[in-house]
Design a binder for this molecule. Structure first.
Ligand code: ZN
Length: 310
């Protein structure tokens, strides 16, 4: 399947030559020189001393990074990605419906963009609840599934180069924020696409959660290079505030994985020693198609509203 990657503006901090230990360890949010907390899978996991953002240093140009990481293998290869993304259709659509119902407290259904729409399952949950939805997805194989199997308007390309002449009422960034090479550029672009008072819904992992603290560097979300940023709810709020948004709600999502995905993530995160192999082996009795509730203590969502320029 041909991968169509559209041109993307290279953020300023990525144009600096990346040399291990020097220029690549600059906080992508506040541009302060950062320190290395630990190394994971060959990537320096860095902490910003000023804004406390945690991020992975990246040595590649963003367009190439996206092409490398979000190939078909990401959706079917297991590891930090998905064992079989298409098998989780019902779970993702149910999540989209839950979010659409939650949003009904804040707005009526309007025109929305789902960022990183994959095969369109989450977007379908919103569409089922009255939203006029479009999606953007860098992987052409899964985007084709959304178009051909679900009849959804999911376009192949990168969010950073998505344009529309109709202002949006909602941009949903579910499980995508941590993957952006430049989150500031993404938030800025979301703002440019939204109508006044438009909403941006973000779901991502909480680096200050008890789960993340308990597991330390073994936390399953430390999986660079696909995951590059680990936000706290407050740092995410500050980032959106810096770009003219106000936070209107925050919570923890209900999340379900299918048995196969849960086992794949577990095996990816477990140490390769004997106890790790024993736990991984014992988990093998879980049926592949069994929905597993994910406790989601380390997940959060936030809803932001675009404020007028003062
Ligand atoms: Zn910073």
């Amino acid at each position: 399947m041909t991968q169509v990657i559209e041109p993307v503006a290279v953020p300023a901090h990525e144009t600096v030559p990346s040399i291990e230990g020097t220029s690549d360890k600059v906080c992508p949010l506040c541009h302060e020189p950062a320190t290395t907390a630990f190394i994971k899978r060959g990537h320096a996991i860095c902490d910003c001393p000023r804004c406390r953002h945690r991020f992975a240093s990246l040595h590649r140009e963003p367009r190439q990074h996206v092409a490398d990481v979000y190939g078909d293998d990401y959706f079917t290869g297991g590891g930090a990605g998905y064992q079989d993304y298409l098998a989780e259709a019902k779970l993702w659509t149910a999540a989209g419906r839950r979010y659409a119902r939650r949003l009904a407290r804040h707005t009526r259904p309007g025109r929305m963009l789902d960022v990183g729409a994959a095969a369109g399952f989450l977007l379908k949950g919103f569409v089922d609840n009255g939203w006029d939805g479009v999606g953007i997805e860098p992987n052409d194989s899964v985007a084709s599934h959304a178009r051909n199997a679900l009849g959804l308007d999911v376009r192949t390309g990168m969010f950073e180069s998505f344009e529309t002449d109709r202002p949006l009422d909602l941009v949903s960034i579910i499980q995508v924020m941590a993957h952006f090479v430049d989150p500031s550029a993404a938030v800025r672009h979301a703002r440019s696409l939204l109508a006044e008072q438009g909403l941006c819904l973000v779901e991502t992992w909480n680096v200050r959660s008890w789960t993340a603290r308990l597991f330390g560097r073994s936390w399953h979300e430390y999986s660079p290079p696909s995951v590059l940023h680990w936000f706290s709810p407050d740092r995410l709020r500050d980032l959106f505030q810096e770009h003219g948004f106000v936070e209107v709600a925050r919570g923890r999502p209900q999340k379900w994985l299918d048995g196969q995905h849960a086992k794949s993530l577990l095996r990816h995160a477990l140490p390769k020693n004997l106890p790790g192999r024993l736990i991984g082996g014992a988990a093998g009795i879980v049926p592949d198609r069994l929905p597993i509730p994910y406790p989601s203590e380390d997940l959060f969502w936030s809803l932001f509203r675009k404020e007028p320029v003062r």
